[in-house]
Design a protein around this ligand. Structure first.
Ligand SMILES: Cc1cc2nc3c(=O)[nH]c(=O)nc-3n(C[C@H](O)[C@H](O)[C@H](O)COP(=O)(O)OP(=O)(O)OC[C@H]3O[C@@H](n4cnc5c(N)ncnc54)[C@H](O)[C@@H]3O)c2cc1C
Length: 467
C-alpha cells in the first residue's frame, strides 16, 4: 500500500495519555499545527483505559459496597461478596467511555488531527505511522513529543499467558472473582488493589519486597496504611522476594526466597513498570533509553536530541497522570515561546481504603535535615462532618517550622484525603510570610466540613509551641 506523506507539522505527538493530550491542547492554543498518533483505537492513554480511571472507578464502587455492608440499616439488602469482579469492571468501563467521549470532543474542537497507528521516529523531523489497516503515513515535523507512557514490567520467568496470572493491565479482563488473591509488589498500585479486593471480600496476601509499605510516606501514615489493610483482612508480608511462580489449572503457587509458599486462586504481579520506548525508532535520531525504558530530559523536557521532547511516564518519576498533564502543558508552552517550567512539588494521592495524600516533607526528612519542626494533628473522629458521614477513620498532620511557622509538610489519610491536601498545599506554596500555619486559625472555614481539620490541627500545633 502506498505511503502518504503529510508535511508542515510543528509538533507530532506519540501517545494520547495525559502528557500527550495536555501538550496537544496547549500547543494548538499557542498557534502550532499539531498531529497526534496513538496505536490504540480509543484515545486517552493507558491512564483512561487501564490505569487511573478504571482503578479509581473500581475503588469508588468498592467503597460504596463496604459502606453499605457496614450500614446496619441496610444489612441483608446487599452483601459485598455477592458482587462479581466483572460487574465492577463493566461499570468502570462506562466511566472510561465517558472520559473517552470528553477527550474526543477536546481534539475535535481544537482541530488536532489524530493519526491512528503505531508511530516511530524515522530520522530527524520524521514520524512513520503504521495503521492497523496497513496504511502508512509519513509525518514531517519541526518537533516530536514522545508521550508513549509505560506498561507493567513482566519478568521472563513468570508465565503471563496463564489464565490465573495477571498484571494491572490484564486484571481488567479477568473473567472470574478469585476467592484468594496474592499480590506481588506492594507499591501504590499493589496497595490500591489490595484494598479493592479486600473490600470485595477476597482473601488477599500482599507481598512487599521492602520492609515498610510505601516507604516514601511519612512513617506514621505508612503504619496507618498497614494497620487498616490488615484490619480489612489482608495479610502483609514484608521484606520478601519471589523465588518461583508455578501455575496449574486451579491456581498459582508463589514460592518466596525465605522458604514460604503462598497458594492462591490468582496472582496479581505488580512489581514495577517499563517505559514504552522499544521499537519507536530512537536509534534513527541517536537517542537511547535507560535500563527501565526511560528517556532523560532537560528543564524544557527536551531529550539530548534537538526537537525531540518527552513527558509523562516515559521520563520516569513521578509517573503520575497528575504530573504528566502538567509536564505536557509546560513542554508545549515552552515550544510556543512561553516560560520553561519543571514539575517538581507533586502531591502523592494514594487511593487505598482509606485514602492517603501528602505534600512536602515527612517527619523522617525533617529530622535528618535537622530542621526544627513541630506537629499539629487533627483526628477525623473529632470532626462533626466525619461523624455525620460515618467516616471517622483518619487524621490530618501538619508539619511546620517552629520559628517561622511555615508549613513544611501535609500528611493526610482517611475520607477525602486526596482532596483535603490541596487546601494546605495552596498555603504551603505561598512565598514567605504568607506560608504560615496561622492562616488556618485566622480564616473562617465552612462548618461542618472535612477542611475544618486544618483549624483543629493548626491549633493543636500552635499550642505545642506556646507551652
Ligand atoms: C493501576 C494504575 C492506577 C493509577 N492510578 C493513578 C492515580 O490515581 N493518579 C495518577 O495521577 N496516576 C495514576 N496512575 C499513573 C498514570 O496512569 C500514568 O502516570 C499516566 O497514564 C501516564 O500518562 P502518559 O501520558 O505518560 O501515558 P499513558 O497514559 O501511558 O498513555 C500512553 C499512550 O501512548 C500510546 N503509545 C505507546 N506507544 C506508542 C507508539 N509507538 N505509537 C503510538 N502510540 C503509542 C499508548 O497506546 C497510550 O495510549 C496509575 C497507573 C496505574 C497502572
Amino acid at each position: 500500500m502506498a505511503m502518504e506523506i503529510s508535511s508542515g507539522w510543528d509538533l507530532v505527538i506519540l501517545g494520547s495519555g495525559p502528557g500527550g493530550e495536555a501538550a496537544a491542547m496547549r500547543a494548538v492554543k499557542g498557534g502550532l499545527r499539531v498531529a497526534l498518533v496513538d496505536k490504540e483505537a480509543g484515545i486517552g492513554g493507558s491512564c483512561t483505559h487501564l490505569g487511573t480511571i478504571p482503578s479509581k472507578a473500581l475503588r469508588h464502587q468498592i467503597r460504596q459496597l463496604v459502606r453499605h455492608h457496614r450500614n446496619p440499616l441496610l444489612h441483608g439488602i446487599i452483601d459485598a461478596p455477592q458482587v462479581q469482579w466483572q460487574q465492577l469492571v463493566a461499570r468502570s468501563m462506562e466511566v472510561v467511555q465517558a472520559q473517552v467521549n470528553v477527550r474526543i470532543g477536546h481534539y475535535g474542537r481544537n482541530r488536532v488531527r489524530i493519526f491512528p497507528g503505531f508511530g516511530r521516529l524515522d530520522g530527524p523531523g520524521r514520524v512513520l505511522v503504521e495503521g492497523e489497516d496497513g496504511r502508512q503515513h509519513l509525518l514531517e515535523t519541526r518537533n516530536v513529543l514522545i508521550a508513549t507512557g509505560s506498561r507493567p514490567y513482566r519478568p521472563d520467568d513468570v508465565d503471563f499467558s496463564h489464565p490465573r496470572v495477571y498484571d494491572s493491565d490484564s486484571l481488567l479482563s479477568m473473567t472470574h472473582t478469585p476467592r484468594h488473591l496474592v499480590i506481588y509488589g506492594a507499591g501504590v498500585i499493589g496497595c490500591e488493589y489490595a484494598s479493592i479486593f479486600a473490600g470485595l471480600g477476597v482473601r488477599v496476601d500482599l507481598v512487599n519486597t521492602r520492609q515498610h509499605l510505601l516507604d516514601f510516606l511519612d512513617a506514621e501514615i505508612s503504619d496507618a496504611l498497614s494497620y487498616h489493610l490488615r484490619e480489612q483482612g489482608a495479610t502483609i508480608r514484608h521484606g520478601e522476594s519471589y523465588a518461583r511462580v508455578s501455575t496449574d489449572a486451579q491456581g498459582v503457587t508463589l514460592e518466596l526466597e525465605s522458604g514460604k509458599t503462598i497458594r492462591a486462586d490468582a496472582l496479581l504481579w505488580s512489581n514495577g513498570r517499563t517505559g514504552n520506548t522499544q521499537q519507536i525508532g530512537l536509534d534513527t535520531v541517536g537517542l537511547e533509553a535507560d535500563g527501565r525504558g526511560h528517556l532523560r530530559v532537560d528543564d524544557s523536557y527536551q531529550t539530548s536530541v534537538e526537537g525531540v521532547y518527552a513527558v509523562g511516564d516515559v521520563i520516569g518519576w513521578p509517573s503520575l497522570a497528575s504530573a504528566a498533564y502538567d509536564q505536557g502543558r509546560f513542554c508545549a508552552a515552552g515550544l510556543c515561546g512561553g516560560e520553561h517550567k519543571r514539575v517538581t512539588d507533586v502531591p502523592t494521592g494514594i487511593y487505598t481504603i482509606p485514602g492517603i495524600s501528602s505534600v512536602g516533607h515527612t517527619e523522617q526528612e525533617l529530622t535528618a535535615k535537622k530542621i526544627p519542626y513541630e506537629v499539629g494533628q487533627a483526628f477525623f473522629r473529632d470532626l462533626a462532618r466525619a461523624q455525620i458521614t460515618g467516616e471517622q477513620t483518619g487524621m490530618l498532620k501538619l508539619l511546620f517550622h517552629r520559628d517561622t511557622r511555615a508549613l513544611l509538610g501535609i500528611h493526610c489519610f482517611g475520607y477525602q484525603a486526596t482532596e483535603i491536601v490541596h487546601v494546605g498545599q495552596a498555603i504551603m506554596r505561598q512565598p514567605a510570610p504568607n506560608n504560615t500555619i496561622d492562616y488556618f486559625v485566622e480564616t473562617t472555614f465552612n462548618y461542618p466540613t472535612m477542611a475544618e481539620a486544618y483549624r483543629m490541627a493548626a491549633i493543636n500545633g500552635i499550642n505545642r509551641i506556646s507551652r
